[in-house]
Design a protein around this ligand. Structure first.
Ligand SMILES: [Zn+2]
Length: 406
C-alpha cells in the first residue's frame, strides 16, 4: 500500500540537553493508521522518554540523534511505562513539531516492475520471484525468529542478510536472490527484502535501448540496490539531479531523498555539479525548514551531510553520466544520456561489464589521481536458502556467497 512520510522533530526533554531528534512518521494512504508511540533514548544524554507516533511498529521510525527502544499502539501500556520508568504525563509536555511535509520512507520497498530488469523469453521473472517469496514467507520469518536469539547475543551479527530461492518454472531452474540490511534485531523479518539478482537473464541485452526517464529510474534503483549489497564501491557521475523549473522543488527534493534511501553512503561517491547541489539547498529552503537550519540542528540526511562537508567532488566541465558498481575483478556500468530526472522524456542507456584497469583508463582518467577504494574488507553476511538444500541461518564471507551470482 502506498505510504506518505512526514518529518517531525522532538526536542529531548532533558533541559540541559534539548537535542532535536528527527522522526519519520509514516501513514498509509487510504488505509488504517495505528495510533501509538515509541520510547526514545536521546543519543546525546541517554535520557529515555515516550513520544506519540503513528504506525510506530512498521513504517515510522527514529531517524537521527535518537534510538527507538520500544513501541506501542493505542495508549501507553503500564508494562512499557514501568519498564522504562516513563509516564503518560510526559507525552503531553513534549515539544514536538512537524517541520516538513515530505519525508522519504526510511527503507526502500521492492515491488516487481512492469518493465522488469529480470526478464527471460517474455517471462517477467520479477513477478515470479515475488510469488516465490510469498510462498516461503512463513519459513523465512521462522528462520529470522530462530536467528534472532543468536543475533541479540551479539556473536552472530551481520549487517546484511540474503534470502536465496532456487525454483523451477516451466521446466527451467532459476535462482532468485533477495537482500536486506540488518540495522538492529527489528530488521529480522521479511520486510524490505530487495531482489538483487536473478539467474537466466541477459542483463546486457535487457538494459539496452531507449527508455523514458521514469523507466530508467526503476532500472537505476535496481542497480543501486544490487550494488549496495554486493559491490565494493559505487560511483555516481551525474551532472544533474532534478530540474531548475518553477514548481518542481518537490520533485527535486524527492529525487534526492530517493537517492538517499537507495545507496549505502559509506561506499558511494557522488560526483555532480555544484549548481546541482545548490538547487537542492534552494528546494529545501522553500519547503518549510531552511537548509542552514537543518545544518544547525545536525539533522541533514547522511548523503546531503556528506556533500555539505565538501567530501564530494564537484565536476563542472562534463556532460558525461554513468553509474558504476565496483567489484573485485570488474565493474558494472550503466551509461547513456540519463541524468537523475523524472518524466516521460526518452533517454538512451546501456549496461556493460568492464575490466577494472580498462575502465579506469578510459572512464576515470579525468579524475586526477583516482584510485579504486582498496580498504574494503570482506564482510560476513547472513543467508538462508530454499528450494534445493534448504539452509536455515548461516554466516559466510560476502565474496564467497557471491561466487556463482554473476
Ligand atoms: Zn538529550
Amino acid at each position: 500500500m502506498e505510504t506518505k512520510h512526514e518529518m517531525k522533530i522532538v526536542i529531548c526533554p532533558n533541559d540541559k540537553c534539548k537535542t532535536p531528534i528527527r522522526l519519520s512518521e509514516g501513514r498509509f494512504l487510504g488505509g488504517e493508521n495505528d495510533k501509538g508511540g515509541v520510547v526514545i533514548e536521546c543519543e546525546v544524554c541517554k535520557t529515555i522518554f515516550p513520544c506519540r507516533l503513528k504506525n510506530p511498529y512498521d513504517i515510522s521510525s527514529v531517524i537521527k540523534n535518537g534510538k527507538k527502544l520500544d513501541d506501542w499502539t493505542e495508549d501507553l501500556p503500564d508494562l512499557i511505562a514501568n519498564k522504562y520508568n516513563v509516564s503518560k504525563d510526559q507525552l503531553d509536555k513534549l515539544d514536538i513539531s512537524l517541520v516538513f511535509g515530505y519525508e522519504p520512507p526510511p527503507k526502500i520497498n521492492w515491488e516487481p516492475s512492469d518493465l522488469p530488469l529480470f526478464l527471460n523469453n517474455n517471462i517477467n521473472l520479477e513477478k515470479i520471484a515475488k510469488q516465490q517469496l510469498i510462498k516461503y514467507i512463513t519459513e523465512i520469518d521462522n528462520n529470522y525468529r530462530a536467528y534472532y536469539h543468536l543475533y541479540v547475543k551479539g556473536r552472530h551479527s551481520a549487517e546484511k542478510s540474503f534470502v536465496i530461492i532456487n525454483y523451477e518454472y516451466l521446466g527451467t531452474s532459476y535462482k532468485a536472490v533477495f537482500a536486506k540490511e540488518i540495522d538492529s534485531e527489528r530488521d529480522l523479518n521479511t520486510r524490505n527484502l530487495y531482489l538483487i539478482y536473478h539467474s537466466g537473464v541477459n542483463i546486457e541485452y535487457q538494459v539496452d535501448g531507449i527508455y523514458t526517464r521514469d523507466q530508467l529510474l526503476v532500472f537505476l534503483e535496481r542497480f543501486l540496490n544490487r550494488w549496495r549489497y554486493t559491490a565494493k564501491e559505487v560511483l555516481l557521475i551525474v551532472p544533474f539531479i532534478g530540474f531548475n523549473y518553477k514548481n518542481t522543488e518537490d520533485a527535486l527534493y524527492q529525487l534526492w531523498n530517493w537517492l538517499e534511501i537507495n545507496v549505502d553512503i559509506s561506499k558511494t561517491k557522488l560526483i555532480t555539479r555544484k549548481g546541482t547541489f545548490n538547487l537542492f539547498k534552494n528546494a529545501q529552503d522553500n519547503t518549510g525548514i531552511p537548509f542552514e537550519e537543518l545544518v544547525k540542528l545536525g539533522l541533514l540526511e547522511p548523503l546531503i551531510d556528506k556533500m555539505n562537508q565538501k567530501d564530494t567532488e564537484y565536476f563542472q566541465k562534463s556532460h558525461a553520466k554513468y553509474y558504476v558498481g565496483v567489484f573485485d575483478n570488474y565493474v558494472e556500468v550503466l551509461s547513456g544520456s540519463f541524468n537523475i530526472h523524472q518524466g516521460k522524456y526518452f533517454e538512451n542507456i546501456n549496461y556493460r561489464k568492464y575490466d577494472k584497469t580498462f575502465f579506469k583508463e578510459r572512464y576515470l582518467h579525468m579524475f586526477t589521481g583516482f584510485e579504486y577504494s582498496n580498504n574494503v574488507k570482506d564482510e560476513y553476511v547472513h543467508y538462508m536458502t530454499f528450494g534445493i538444500n534448504d539452509d536455515d541461518n548461516y554466516l559466510i564471507g560476502l565474496t564467497e556467497l557471491l561466487e556463482g551470482f554473476e
